[in-house]
Design a binder for this molecule. Structure first.
Ligand code: SF4
Length: 329
């Protein structure tokens, strides 16, 4: 269950005498939209307008919608600041509610697994929803004699990772421990750091090493890269979302594609969706937007959809051994 604390948001609305507030919630929280909007309207005199556009990160603040409805303030939930917005924005944190007792047991099991695996020093990282548990985890690991590093990354809190940013992972540790759910971040950490990665998933009460999942993932991506190797016409996708717009990268890719005597075509869209690309007869796409897009959505596209570093492999600029998902930082 996600913990939502509206105290700071209410204070900020009152302090700024905001008349119209634009509410932006991540996809998973939309079922609680009415609850949040009602509470804000009850506790302040502001009019709340919620955006229905999908939101996947703070790289995508609803500034245009805010300007259109004349909002004084954006309340963006669940992500930390990614860039300096033009419209005043409050980032409202969301955190999971986890039981301390169960968490201590899980941490203790994870520490035993690390010790058995010969790991003495770890880099601990997580996504923003779980950062509050670092204190408890650190204490439990240190009790078991495992040293912990939680370095500060670029544009993120200490230990915080994002699908486009693994700068908070220590390169000095023996292994990386990811505390959270899902496989995307552990895979990103493994390719970015080249270290062994262990996952502590509090939602499934599971502690394990990332192993077979990595091979399976690579198999799928290599098949896609091989399919793109003979591509003669390559579409370069740009995202219109402010934090994901990478014009310089798109131009570099165009140059690279043309160096290999293929044709490059640039496309831009606010939301990159498979149905928007129907009718575009290229042989492959390369996506300069969020690195997660090419990974999560590739199977919905009719043509191979690659990340920039994967295109470099397809063009023979890099080897399969140099595989990485790709980062912005
Ligand atoms: S670019 Fe992707 S991974 Fe990075 S913040 Fe945006 S949605 Fe998250």
């Amino acid at each position: 269950m996600l913990r939502i604390d509206l105290k700071k948001a209410v204070e900020e609305i009152k302090k700024r005498s905001a008349k119209i507030v634009l509410l932006q919630l991540p996809e998973g929280l939309k079922t609680r939209n009415l609850e949040i909007a009602s509470e804000l309207q009850k506790k302040t005199s502001a009019l709340v307008v919620s955006t229905l556009d999908p939101c996947f990160g703070a790289c995508d603040l609803a500034e245009n919608a805010a300007k259109q409805v004349g909002a004084d303030l954006i309340l963006h939930f669940g992500h930390s600041q990614f860039y300096s917005p033009e419209v005043p924005t409050i980032f409202v944190p969301l955190g999971y509610e986890l039981e301390n007792k169960k968490l201590k047991e899980l941490a203790s099991r994870a520490a035993e697994l690390l010790k058995k695996s010969g790991i003495k020093k770890i880099s601990l990282c997580s996504t923003i929803q779980y950062l509050d548990f670092f204190g408890l985890l650190k204490k439990e690991f240190e009790k078991k004699g495992i040293a912990i590093e939680i370095p500060a990354g670029k544009n993120a809190s200490p230990g915080q990772v994002l699908g486009c940013n693994y700068s908070a992972v220590s390169r000095q540790a023996d292994a990386v421990v990811f505390f959270g759910d899902g496989l995307f971040h552990p895979l990103g950490i493994a390719f970015s750091s080249k270290k062994r990665v262990f996952i502590i998933n509090p939602l499934e009460a599971e502690a394990k090493e990332l192993a077979g999942e990595k091979e399976l993932f690579l198999k799928k991506r290599f098949a896609l890269i091989e399919k793109a190797m003979p591509a003669q016409k390559i579409g370069i996708l740009l995202s219109g979302k402010k934090g994901q717009f990478k014009m310089q990268k798109a131009l570099e890719l165009k140059e690279l594609i043309e160096k290999h005597r293929r044709q490059a075509f640039l496309f831009t869209a606010d939301l990159i969706r498979p149905d928007y690309s129907l009718g575009i007869e290229v042989d492959a796409f390369v996506c300069t937007a969020c690195p997660r897009l090419a990974i999560d959505d590739a199977s919905s596209f009719r043509k191979p959809l690659l990340n920039p570093s994967e295109l470099e492999i397809a063009l023979g600029e890099k080897t399969f051994e140099e595989y990485e998902i790709g980062e912005f930082f």
